[in-house]
Write a protein that binds this ligand. Sequence first.
Ligand code: NAD
Length: 433
Amino acid sequence: MRLAVIGTGYVGLVAGAGFSDFGNDVTCVDIDAEKITRLSRGEVPIYEPGLDVLIAQNAKAGRLTFSTDLAAAIRSAEVVIIAVGTPPAADGSADLSAVFAVAETIGKNMNGFKVVVTKSTVPVGTADKIEAILRRFTDEPFGVASNPEFLKEGAAIQDFMKPDRVVIGSNDARALAVLRNLYAPFVRTSDRIHAMDARSAELTKYASNAMLATRISFMNDLAVLSEKIGADIELVRKAVGADPRIGPKFLFPGPGFGGSCFPKDISALIHIGASLGHELEVVRAVERVNARQKKLLFEKIRRHFDGALEGRTVAVWGLAFKPQTDDIREAPALVLIEELLAAGATVRAHDPAAMENVRAVLGDRITYCESMYDAALGADALALVTEWHEFRRPDFSRIKRVMRNAALFDGRNVWDADELRALGFWYTGIGRG
Ligand code: NAD
């Protein structure tokens, strides 16, 4: 099939590379000319394990090309996939201006039947709006579909190539048939395609992210309680997760969730509910708990130093919102760093992949360190914010030697409190009473 994938971010690039790997002819389009130039040269502008190889193989085979010419890509495609960003607007709703701008260009360049697919996460009812936009500009036949994406950054290739489920939503039978055909090679082992109407598909994406975020905020809330009553949330987590009705995933307490999806999708879902006169009370609480949790590490550090952080140096390990990505959107580390700087502390940070992205936001307000040990040099406190593998079993005696004051704030509960206390560290985790 001939595909145009519009938007070459985490989702568009992975989808474009993934579809081309199964033999489709894919043009990936972006308005960011620099990005397209780099991609055409064989450079991958984001960090996502395995993506560089997948792109290189398919580009070399001539099945994957990159372009800024949206009109040409649309005209030559049978399926046009919209994967542009849908960032939060000032009022918390999803900003759909990029989606609608692309829809307008699609409408103006229709030349025969096409399936127009939204892969971006969009509010319920967006497929209808896209259909109306297309109709304004063309009499050609088309089918509009919603195909929300469930990949996880850091494991995006695996998730895309072997999806747990593929959700396709459309009120047009031809569009559903085309998408079933497109996804058939991805679900060869068993049929994991969920076909439905467009509104249900759009809601499925928000419902999935809201459920996952709810589990995290629930555990974060209990972690605070756990500390107050002298329980260990890690023991509680494992025992609770052993119930097969609950399951062990997404129960990890931590410094609050970030990323490009959960915070914005939750806020958009709340907005969708409010606009229809329905208060989504659980989701509101999830958002409130998360905002509080993102300040927890800072509060712990401040308390440890009796409120006096002026002149203190804090090492921050991990800047990306999670391991295996360079994505720093809504990252808890950024909240911690801003609070530390406002309180007069100096920050020395290290992250294996995200330092350049942070430098673009924070400039020289913090020190970027080439290694985790370098970050700990002369520090009064060390906060682990993102649990990259290399941070899990570091050489603690080396850390002890280089720190000025051996206080550890384990934002992910990955270190052994007893072992560290025996080594002479002061240690605190999240919810470990
Ligand atoms: P991103 O910000 O990484 O990439 C978006 C890309 O779209 C950018 O390269 C941008 O230049 C391009 N773009 C913007 N306007 C454009 C236009 N008018 N024409 C062409 N290109 C345009 O975003 P992302 O993380 O890939 O997310 C894309 C969508 O997928 C969002 O709706 C997001 O919620 C959803 N989603 C993301 C993830 C994820 O893990 N990142 C997972 C599932 C769903």
